[in-house]
Design a protein around this ligand. Structure first.
Ligand code: FES
Length: 153
């Protein structure tokens, strides 16, 4: 963790009293600022709340909204909403997992890609959909998935 990040983290903590009940709000705020909960951040939070790093880790790993690894540069999100599901989202997810070599929720070791799913993008007319960062690609097929990542073929 760089000095600048540590300063920001300490600034976030300064808004709290150091009570154990503040753990989840702190984790949410730290993740909102850093994108994930690094080991260093978890250590500082544990010290601030006078609890063990293990306690912080167990809460952070229990709730699915918390990330313990950084997001990849490209966030690949597959829609699992009803419209997309009916039109083949499970096959799209499977094809994407294969192309990226990742399972849902994972980030590649080079931090290039993170694979996620979501309930609905609000582009149901284009189902099934996949989003790469902010760009939505509709009417996907497993073949089109491969075309989205030509360098990984
Ligand atoms: S269900 Fe997939 S975009 Fe709405």
């Amino acid at each position: 963790m760089e000095k600048r990040e540590e300063r920001l983290l300490r600034e976030i903590l300064s808004f709290y009293k150091g009570q154990q009940g503040e753990l989840i709000p702190i984790l949410l705020q730290v993740q909102a600022n850093f994108g994930y909960l690094s080991e260093k951040a978890r250590k500082l939070i544990a010290r601030f709340l006078s609890i063990t790093e293990g306690q912080v880790y167990s809460i952070a790993s229990f709730y699915s909204q918390f990330r313990l690894v950084p997001l990849g540069k490209k966030r690949v999100t597959i829609c699992r909403g009803t419209a997309c599901h009916i039109r083949g989202a499970p096959r799209i997810l499977e094809a994407t997992e294969k192309v990226l070599g990742l399972k849902e929720g994972e980030t590649s070791s080079d931090l290039e890609y993170t694979l996620e799913t979501v309930a609905c993008f609000g582009c149901c007319a284009l189902a099934p959909c996949i989003r790469i960062n902010k760009n939505v690609h509709g009417e996907m097929t497993p073949e089109k998935v491969k075309e989205l990542f030509p360098h990984l073929k």
